[in-house]
Design a protein around this ligand. Sequence first.
Ligand code: PSU
Ligand code: MN
Length: 325
Amino acid sequence: MPQNPPDQRPADTKTPETNAYAYEPVLSAEVRAALSAGPPVVALESTIIAHGLPRPRNLSVARELEGIVRSAGAVPATVAVLDGRAHVGLDEDQLERIAGDPSVRKLGHRDLAPALAAGASGATTVSATAFLAARAGIGVFATGGLGGVHREWSENQDESADLRLLARTGITVVCAGVKSILDVPATLQRLETLGVGVVGYGTGHFPGFYLSSSGEPVDWTVHSPEEAVEVIRAKEALGGPAAALIVANPVAEQDQLDPALHDRVLAEALDACRERGISGQGVTPFLLDQLMRRTGGASLEANLAAVRGNVALAARIAVAAAVAR
Ligand code: PSU
Ligand code: MN
C-alpha cells in the first residue's frame, strides 16, 4: 500500500492507461478478480524462466507451469518487472518477453526500486517474487529450489537474499529444498536462525533439489495439502512477526538426477566457477547451466520434474486453503 498520500509523492503520478500509480505493482485483471472473489492464486517466479532454464524451452515451461496451476483450479500469477512496472500476473506477450529477451535482468528484492526508477525490465528471484506476491495478498508461491548459503561462504559471504526476505514475509513457499549447489546444512542452519519454518512434504528429510534427499533431516512432516493448510492456519492464528513457511517437496526418486553423477559434475562445475572468477548474481545461473551441460541435460529434466511437482502441490495447497476458509 502507498505509504504517503498521492499529493506527497510528486515522482509517482497516475498513468492514464492503467489509472494506477506508476510505481505500484500492476495486477493482471484475472489475478485482481481472483484475489477479490476466488479462485485461489499461486505466485510463480520468473528468474527460473529467464536465467535458470535454456531458451527456447523456458517459454514452453513457463506456459506449462501456468497450465498446471489452472488445471488444479487456481490462477497463476507469474511475477516480473517490465519497462519499470512490477507485474503480478503476466499475459502471453509478457511471458514471451521474459523468456525470450536476453537483456532481461535478474532482480532480487533490493533491485526492485532501482529497476522501477530506471524503467528497466527484469525477472524476479524468490526474494522479489515473494515480496511482490505477499504485498498483493497472495499466500502461496512455488519455485524450484530456493537460494541459500553458498559452499564457499567463508571466503566470499555469498548468501542468497531469498533467506532474509523469507524471514520477514508471511507466505508459503513450495520448493524442492534449496539448490544442491549450495551448502545445504549451513542453509538449514540459517533458516533456523532466521525463524523460517520448514516442513517436509511426505518426507523426514530435506529434499536436495535435483536429488530426492539432501541427507539432512527435517523436524516436521506433513502428508497432504490439508495438513499443510493446518500449519498455515496455526501460524496465522499465532500471529507475531511475519515469516515464511517452507513446504519442502522432494522430486520423485525415479525423476531425480543420479546422485553419483550429481556429486561428480557439481565438483567440476564449482571448479569452473572458481577458475572463471564468477561472483554475485551470476553464480547460480552459471552453476545450473554447467550442471545441465555436464550431465547431458539430465539435471535439466530433474529440475523440471521438481518444479512441476512443486507448482502442482502449491496449487493443491492454495485450493485446500480456500476451502478451509
Ligand atoms: N529455482 C530453480 N531455478 C532457479 C531459481 C530457483 O529451479 O533459477 C532462482 C530463484 O529465482 C532464486 C535464485 O531466487 O535462483 C537464487 O539466486 P541467488 O543465489 O543469486 O540469490
Ligand atoms: Mn548470491
